[in-house]
Design a protein around this ligand. Structure first.
Ligand code: SDX
Length: 437
């Protein structure tokens, strides 16, 4: 009797059948290698460009149900965490698996707060960038440069050392982000103020001018905290895959986070929020939306901030961000781009082109509108994504390093190039008709 949780495959090339175990809804790709036509045949591989149907790991950090629009961190629904927690509280949850008690949270806040300062050599490093350097380029480079400031971070097999670097990275990301902003506007850097909360201190380093003590608007500080919670982790997204892949070679966490932030910078990933604002600027008014949508449907560009590899329903984060936007606009005044965004969403959600492709607003569609209303320039939006996502990257990195099933990531390929060619001496090449691609 064949066990029920198995897959029976018949190789019609040999008429042989194989029975593979099904575990957690998956088959092990390596179980396919036994399917061969001869003893010197390499065996069957799975081919999955962009990993659209490949589980790369086991993880207990974040759960997403794309069909039902569900997002949970360590089992807690994102809506509950956004309503009741601070960002550092959620950071603790993601990294340690449980919500902290009051003593644990106070210790955690103290430790992160006391790792917010940057070494002066790092400040000088940042001063070397051109005045118009993109803040995301500055952030990626500066995080990588911290690898030189903390060489002991290379001992990634030491749990206490890993945790020390985790605290440093979480503490320093807002400082690096704020400095990349101040560099761009030509203002002097503002050093951390340990009396302030994580988000208030970030606002202090961004916006304090000559006042002796920065007083953050509590509504904006809370809105930023919620936005940080929403962006903290999202299971095996592109940048987390980069974090895990680079981390699998045992590179230090600064180099891993720099690689992950580099992936996040892409316009199809974390760079989308900046592209959404450029798209709304290009549309310009509600009257222009139908023509813009028509061009997208004809294949000219994408509706930035729409669509998702996993969510085939509304991104639960977008709903919370829309609510947060209303709170922010009560303080900053309404961003007129919100009206264009709402009308664009309304039109798209009734258009079969988008509905049939299950393209709904994602986390990036509304976040940029809030950030702009807060006073951030679009170039800063992905930096604002990278700060909280550093927690998710580090939680996933820790999980990868302690997973006994994991080892250095090294995918296979289907080779499509030439084989064993005769070498062409120079005098033969011009007449060989080699076409330069
Ligand atoms: C993030 O993975 C994560 O979790 C990411 C993230 C996180 O928290 O880490 O959630 C953050 O990156 C959100 C996504 C931000 N990116 C954008 O908003 C950019 C615009 N969106 C698309 O580029 C796209 O939707 C992706 C990249 C998000 C998802 O791409 P997929 O899953 O590879 O889907 P696809 O490109 O195969 O698209 C399927 C179809 C295609 O049409 P057909 O070829 O079938 O005719 O839908 C079309 C696509 O052309 N399509 C879009 C579209 N997104 C997909 N058409 C118009 N506008 C869009 N936005």
């Amino acid at each position: 009797m064949v066990p029920s949780d198995t897959l029976t495959i018949t190789d019609n090339r040999t008429n042989r059948t194989y029975t593979l175990p099904i575990e957690d809804g998956t088959i092990r790709s390596m179980d396919l290698r036994q399917i061969r036509t001869s003893n010197d045949d390499f065996g069957i591989m799975a081919y999955d460009p962009a990993f659209t149907n490949t589980a790369s790991c086991r993880s207990s950090v974040t759960f997403i149900d794309g069909e039902r629009g569900i997002l949970e961190y360590r089992g807690y629904p994102i809506e509950v965490l956004a309503e009741h927690c601070t960002f550092l509280e959620v950071a603790y949850l993601l990294l340690f698996g449980e919500l902290p008690n009051e003593a644990e949270l106070n210790t955690w806040i103290y430790e992160i707060t006391h790792h917010s300062m940057l070494h002066e050599s790092t400040r000088k490093f940042m001063e070397g960038f051109r005045y118009d350097a993109h803040p995301m380029s500055m952030l990626v480079s500066t995080v990588a440069a911290l690898s030189a400031v903390y060489p002991q971070a290379k001992d990634v097999q030491n749990p206490a050392n890993r945790l020390h670097q985790v605290k440093r990275l979480i503490g320093k990301m807002p400082t690096i982000a704020a400095m990349s902003y101040r560099h761009g506007v030509g203002f002097p850097y503002v050093y951390p103020d340990n009396d302030l909360s994580y988000t208030e201190n970030f606002m202090n380093m961004l916006w304090r001018m000559v006042e002796p003590k920065y007083a953050a608007n509590p509504v904006l500080a809370r809105a930023l905290d919620i936005l940080f919670i929403l962006h903290a982790d999202h299971e095996q997204n592109c940048s987390t895959n980069a974090m895990r892949s680079v981390g699998s070679s045992l590179a230090d966490p600064y180099l891993c986070v720099a690689a992950a932030a580099a992936a996040l910078a892409g316009p199809l990933h974390g760079g989308a929020n900046e592209q959404v604002l450029k798209m709304l600027d290009e549309i310009g008014s509600k009257e222009n939306i139908p023509a813009y949508v028509r061009r997208v449907k004809e294949g000219h560009g994408k509706l930035m901030g729409f669509g998702h590899r996993v969510y085939k329903n509304y991104d639960p984060r977008a709903k919370i961000i829309k609510w947060t936007a209303e709170q922010v606009f009560r303080v900053t005044g309404r961003n007129p781009k919100l009206d264009i965004a709402l009308e664009l969403e309304n039109i798209a959600l009734q258009d079969d082109y988008f509905v049939s492709r299950k393209l709904y607003p994602n986390v990036d569609f509304y976040s940029g509108i809030i950030y702009q209303a807060m006073g951030f320039k679009p170039e800063m939006f992905t930096v604002l994504f990278a700060i909280p996502r550093t927690v998710g990257w580090l939680a996933q990195w820790q999980e990868m390093l302690t997973d006994t099933e994991q080892k250095i990531a090294r995918p296979r390929q289907i080779y499509t190039g030439h084989r064993t060619r005769r070498f062409l001496p120079m005098q033969e090449r011009e007449t060989a008709g080699v076409v330069k691609k």
